[in-house]
Design a protein around this ligand. Structure first.
Ligand code: C5P
Length: 205
C-alpha cells in the first residue's frame, strides 16, 4: 500500500509536536513519526562554545540529504536508523533509533515545508500556527526545563537568530501548506478533520 506522508511545520513553540503526538496516540502503529530536529548537523570539530553560537534556525543547519534519503526509504517500506541529536551538547550522539515504515508517515519540523525536495515527498502539508508571544513563552519553558538552557541564553538566541530566521524562512513557508492550523496543537476541529483524512487512507488500504 502507498504511504500517506503528512508534513507538519510551524515556528518554534507553535504546537507541531503536540499535534503530531495527538495523531500518533490516536493511531498507534499505523503512524510513524520522523522529526527533522533529529537531523541537525553535528559540527564535531567545533568546541562546545563554538557550537552554541551557531544559527540553528536556517536551512543549512540541517542534514537534509540524510533526511530526504530516510524519507525515501520509509516511503519505500524500509526501516531507517534515525540519528539522535543532543540539545544539551549541541551534537549528534552515537545512538540511533529505528523508525519502522507505516501506512502513515508524519514528518515534523520547523523548516520541513521550506525545502523543495522534502516538500515533493509529502501528500498533505500542514502549518501549525500560534501567536508569537505564546510561542516564545513555550520556548522559554521548554529550553530551560528540558534543554538545560539559561533564561539569558534563550533570550539572546531568540533575538539573534530564532526570530529573524522565523521571519525569513519559517513564516514564508506557510504558503506551501494545504492546511493552516491556528491555535497551536490544541485545535479539536482541525484535529478531527486530519483524523478523518487518515482514517480514509487506512480504510482504502
Ligand atoms: O521544536 P522546535 O521547532 O522549537 O525546534 C527547533 C529549534 O531548536 C530551533 O528554533 C533552534 O533554535 C533550536 N535548537 C537549539 N539548539 C540546537 C539545535 C536547535 O536551540 N543545538
Amino acid at each position: 500500500m502507498e504511504t500517506l506522508v503528512i508534513g507538519i511545520a510551524g515556528g518554534t513553540g507553535s504546537g507541531k509536536t503536540t499535534l503530531t503526538r495527538s495523531l500518533k496516540e490516536r493511531f498507534g502503529d499505523d503512524i510513524s513519526v520522523i522529526n527533522y530536529d533529529s537531523y541537525y548537523k553535528s559540527y564535531d570539530t567545533l568546541s562546545f562554545e563554538e557550537r552554541r553560537k551557531l544559527n540553528f534556525d536556517q536551512p543549512d543547519a540541517f542534514d537534509t540529504p540524510l533526511m530526504a534519503e530516510h524519507l525515501r526509504s520509509l516511503i519505500g517500506g524500509r526501516p531507517v536508523a534515525c540519528p539522535v541529536y543532543s540539545f544539551t551538547e549541541y551534537i549528534r550522539t552515537k545512538d540511533t533509533v529505528t523508525i519502522q515504515p507505516a501506512k502513515v508517515l508524519l514528518a515534523e519540523g520547523l523548516l520541513i515545508l521550506q525545502n523543495p525536495e522534502l516538500r515533493k515527498m509529502m501528500d498533505i502539508k500542514i502549518f501549525v500556527d500560534a501567536d508569537a508571544d505564546v510561542r516564545l513563552l513555550r520556548r522559554i519553558l521548554r529550553d530551560v526545563k528540558k534543554r538545560g538552557r539559561t533564561l539569558d541564553s534563550v533570550a539572546a538566541q531568540y533575538l539573534a537568530t530564532v526570530k529573524p530566521m522565523h521571519d525569513e524562512y519559517v513564516e514564508p513557508s506557510r504558503r506551501y501548506a494545504d492546511i493552516v492550523v491556528p491555535g497551536g496543537g490544541r485545535n479539536p476541529v482541525a484535529l478531527g478533520l486530519i483524523i478523518g483524512r487518515i482514517q480514509e487512507h487506512l480504510k482504502s488500504s
